[in-house]
Each structure stands twice: as structure tokens, then as C-alpha cells.
Design a protein around this ligand. Structure first.
Ligand SMILES: [Zn+2]
Length: 551
């Protein structure tokens, strides 16, 4: 029962890959250098970055724990390969070209994650929306008519048996050997844990893997507050299942908390009620008192595995996903500082070098970028949650418009917070000018691949608003310059405008404004074209593991 699971997919894959390679060889003969360099170019779209942290801050026991967590992470990585594609090595061994193989490792399969999952090996078809969680020949209709109580569980695979019937199988049964191994290693890690909260969490997580019941371990994870090491592990996010969004894919992240920054964030969250009163908007939109309890921490990440390591890399984690746990304990936001630094160095700075006025490039600073990203999270707590005219809460009133406007609000009020805190002397090392220029570069970065998503459109509206107010000026050479005073005014006016849209819950105005102002203008389009020719990486890929950490 357990062994057959990946076989059909594998055979199918072998056929695909073989045809793929043959066709590829033919193309190679015809057009050898071009094909190879095209693939190498794709690999080069990912800048290589070493993942490290200051290991001297760890205790001996913590240092001993890292290799154990790493072993577990590698198991999660293998499981993710199974869920997205099938057997990793059976697939990779069929690829002869080194660059193609490397690109397949980055993408965990033959589909380009940053280019709409288009296949990059000839002869390979479209990526199955249900990945390898469901049989390739299963239709939605067949699934919906099938009577099975575990079919929609996040933690089951759906397989077709030899008699043609569908069957759901728990992850812990389907992957029994690897799950047992990971579970035992979690106990080994728990034995090394000095922090009681971490110990309890690791023990419960070990049990959870064996039963696919994660509730108790998620609760323990939220209770854990004084740990230095954190470990996200298990089947967690549902994005890989594009068929139904049911199935969770395995992943792991080894993290070390930046206690200094985490403490600062606690302090800033406590200042929210005072900052709320100073918001530059009509008093009726700032009557609510923001909560000050936030579980927001900064971390350095040492290892990405499985789903979280494929394609574009996350710079923040927001967990748990279980709404029952969220209701009881809230959720935790983990900001990954070294991953942000990597994207800043490899992507934001090179973009600024092309599109920001040379006299202001020195204002592009990591601390400003980090501040803007961190305070975005805190700023979600500012402003207003309920409309002032009986239209209910803003989410309901603005419907599908909500997320774009709310993200736009958090961006601009995040900048507002940074500005205020710098002026109050609470945030050292950067100036308001740094915050403004870095903010503009961040806006450009976020619309680099178009403003299709809600948040991208919100960023574009913001950029256009600032440009119309004379805050961002287009130079004749195509670079942009920040006018500091006008930027401050535009920041206040844009904040006031979003808070009004939200406070009034004005759905129609939200739709109309975004339709009219959420587009990338021609001048910026020309600028974004320049980024293409400058070969600025699309994302990063990590050199990670024991050797990188010096262990
Ligand atoms: Zn947000």
C-alpha cells in the first residue's frame, strides 16, 4: 500500500524527461551555445548568498542541536520533492546539462516558479495544478463526487489504487520511514533544548509528525517566548496545491532569534496608541485604540528546506495557519533579517544604481529597508478596523479590494512610523532622507515584474500619487529623485486618503481609484526595461548547511 504511491507518477515522469532530453539534444545540435547560455542565464537570475549568523551567541547545546535540525530539514526537503514531483534523484539523474540540472534543483522540478510555472525542459507538459498530491488523471468532478472523509484533509495524499478507486492516505503512513526518522530526530533535538518552551514544542512536534495532528504542537509553539533557536517544521503551507488549496507541503526553517531587535520591536509596539493619535488624518478615522501586544520578532535564518526553499524566497513567516490556535493564542510574525539583507544587497541596491538619482544613492541603506519592512507589520495595527458609517468592518466593506488597500496602508503608515521614530530619537543610525529614498527604491522593486497583484497595484498607486505631488521627480536621464519636503507632504496626504477610503468603507471609490491610478506609467516602464538589460537578479538562492555555518 505504501510503496506504490509514487510509482505511477515516476514512470510518467521518466517518459516525460526522456522525451524532453531527446528533444533537447536535437535542439542542442542545431543551436548549441545559445541553448546552454539561455539556461545558464536563468540560473544567474538567482544570486547566490551564504546563510550565516553570529554563532558565538549560541550555547554549546544549541550548537549541537543545529546539525540535528539540519538532518530533519533535509528529510522535509525530500518529502517536498515527493509532493511536488516524485523521486528527486530519478528525475535529476535524467538531466545531463549542468545548468539545467541546477535550475531544476532551484525550482524543485522542471517548471520555472518565477515564470508562471512554464516548463523549461523540452517535452515536459504543464505543471499539474494538484502537484503530486493527487493522481494526475483525477478530475475535479471525480474528486467532488468521491465520498471520503479524509479527502480534503491538509495532511493526506490522494492515490489511485489498482482497481481504479481513489484512496486517501495520511502523510505519516505514506512517508512512514522518513517521518519516523524525523520524529526520532526531533526527540534528539528536544533532549538538547535548554529552553523549556522549545523542549516542549519539539517533543510535541515529534508526536505530531507521527499522527498528523499538529494542534498541540502549534499551541506549544505560540507559548514559546524565551527561546533563541526556533524551528519551523512539518507540512505547513497550502500554496503547492493549486487544484483545491487543501494539501500542505512539507518544509523546514532553522532560525536564530535576534533578541536585541525583538526587544526594540516590543517597545515600538507599545508606542502605537500614542502614534495613532498623531496620524495625519481626519480625527474620525483614528478613534480606535490600537492593541499593543504583538508577537513580532527578528531572526536570522540558517536553513531553508522544502516548500519554503523553492523559487522566490520568503523574507517573513506568519504562523500558525490553524485558526483555532490563532483564536486562542494569536499568531507570530517572524522577520528574516539576513534573508532581507541578501535581497537588499543583490536586488535593491543594483536597482537603485540604475534608477535612483546618483546624488541620493548613498541614502539607500539596509537599516532603512529593514525599518520600512518591519514597521509595515506594526503599522497594520494603526488606523481603523471598522467603518465609521455602519458598513461593518473594513474587510467586509471593501471586499476583494481590501487586501491591496490594507497593504498600501501598512506600507505608508510604516514609513510614517519610521519617520516619527527617527524624529523622536527612538530609531538611530538612519535619517528621514534614508527612509524616503529607500522607500522609493522599494516601490520600484515591488513593481518590477508588473503591478498585477493587489499589493503591486497599491504600490503603483502610491508611486503615481507621489509623482503627481512632485515628491518623486523623473530626471531627463530616466532616474528618479526624491524631493524630501514634498515626500513628507505626500506621505501625510496619501496616509489620510487611504484611511478615508478604509474608514468610509467606500468600495466603489476604491475600485475606481485603483483602476485609474494602479497602472505602471510609460516612463517607469522604460526604466524597468533598463533593469532587464542590467541583468539584475530576480531572486536569491542560498549556500547553506554545516560547512557554511562553520560547524
Ligand atoms: Zn502586510
Amino acid at each position: 500500500m505504501k510503496k506504490f504511491i509514487l510509482l505511477p507518477a515516476l514512470i510518467l515522469l521518466a517518459v516525460w524527461v526522456n522525451t524532453g532530453c531527446k528533444q533537447k539534444q536535437n535542439t542542442n545540435q542545431a543551436n548549441n551555445t545559445d541553448t546552454i547560455s539561455e539556461m545558464q542565464k536563468k540560473v544567474n537570475e538567482y544570486a547566490v548568498v551564504k546563510l550565516t549568523t553570529d554563532m558565538s551567541k549560541l550555547t554549546d547545546k544549541e550548537k549541537q542541536m543545529i546539525p540535528v535540525l539540519l538532518e530533519i530539514s533535509q528529510i522535509m526537503d525530500d518529502l517536498y520533492w515527493m509532493e511536488t514531483l516524485g523521486n528527486k534523484w530519478a528525475f535529476l539523474d535524467t538531466i545531463k546539462d549542468a545548468a539545467t540540472k541546477q535550475f531544476a534543483i532551484i525550482n524543485y522540478g522542471p517548471w520555472d516558479r518565477l515564470d508562471e510555472n512554464l516548463p523549461f525542459i523540452a517535452g515536459i507538459g504543464k505543471k499539474a495544478p494538484g502537484a503530486n498530491f493527487y493522481p494526475a488523471d483525477m478530475t475535479k468532478d471525480e474528486f467532488e463526487k468521491w465520498n471520503d472523509k479524509n479527502k480534503a484533509s491538509q495532511y493526506t495524499l490522494v492515490k489511485r489504487e489498482t482497481d481504479g478507486k481513489l484512496k486517501s492516505i495520511w502523510f505519516h503512513e505514506a512517508f512512514e520511514g522518513k517521518i519516523k526518522q524525523a520524529s526520532e530526530l526531533l526527540l534528539k533535538a528536544a533532549a538538547l533544548a535548554e529552553d523549556p518552551g522549545l523542549k516542549k514544542y519539539l517533543e510535541l512536534r515529534s508526536k505530531a509528525l507521527l499522527t498528523d495532528d499538529y494542534f498541540a504542537s502549534d499551541m506549544a509553539w505560540m507559548d514559546m517566548k524565551t527561546n533563541t533557536i526556533d524551528f519551523v517544521v512539518g507540512p505547513i503551507e497550502n500554496y503547492e496545491d493549486e487544484l483545491f488549496g487543501y494539501k500542505a507541503a512539507h518544509e523546514a526553517a532553522i532560525l536564530v532569534k535576534d533578541k536585541e531587535w525583538s526587544k526594540k520591536l516590543e517597545k515600538y509596539a507599545a508606542m502605537l496608541p500614542a502614534l495613532q493619535k498623531e496620524l495625519p488624518c481626519d480625527p474620525k478615522y483614528k478613534q480606535e485604540v490600537p492593541g499593543t501586544d504583538s508577537d513580532l520578532n527578528a531572526y536570522n535564518i540558517l536553513y531553508y528546506a522544502g516548500h519554503t526553499n523553492c523559487g522566490g524566497k520568503t523574507i517573513a513567516i506568519n504562523l500558525p495557519n490553524d485558526e483555532k490556535v490563532q483564536l486562542a493564542k494569536g499568531s507570530r510574525r517572524l522577520q528574516l533579517k539576513n534573508a532581507m539583507q541578501a535581497k537588499f544587497d543583490k536586488i535593491l541596491v543594483p536597482i537603485a544604481d540604475v534608477l535612483i538619482d546618483p546624488s541620493q544613492r548613498a541614502n539607500i541603506k539596509f537599516d532603512a529597508f529593514f525599518g520600512n519592512v518591519m514597521f509595515h507589520e506594526v503599522a497594520h495595527g494603526l488606523g481603523i478596523k471598522n467603518t465609521i458609517n455602519g458598513k461593518g468592518n473594513i474587510r467586509e466593506a471593501l471586499k476583494e479590494q481590501y487586501s491591496g488597500w490594507e497593504e498600501g496602508k501598512a506600507d505608508i503608515l510604516g514609513l510614517y512610523m519610521v519617520t516619527k521614530l527617527i524624529e523622536k530619537g527612538e530609531l538611530q543610525g538612519i535619517t528621514v532622507e534614508d527612509a524616503f529614498v529607500t522607500y522609493m527604491a522599494g516601490l520600484i522593486r515591488s513593481v518590477r515584474f508588473g503591478a498585477a497583484e493587489a499589493h503591486g497595484k497599491a504600490n503603483m498607486m502610491c508611486f503615481n500619487f507621489f509623482e503627481d505631488k512632485g515628491a518623486f521627480k523623473l530626471n531627463p536621464d530616466g532616474t528618479y529623485k526624491v524631493d524630501m519636503e514634498k515626500t513628507r507632504q505626500a506621505m501625510n496626504e496619501w496616509s489620510a486618503f487611504i484611511l478615508q477610503i478604509e474608514g468610509e468603507g467606500d468600495y466603489q471609490q476604491a475600485v475606481d481609484y485603483m483602476a485609474a491610478n494602479g497602472k505602471v506609467r510609460d516612463e517607469l516602464k522604460t526604466g524597468l526595461e533598463k533593469l532587464k538589460t542590467a541583468n539584475i537578479p530576480k531572486d536569491v538562492v542560498f549556500e547553506q548547511g554545516l560547512a557554511t555555518l562553520g560547524l
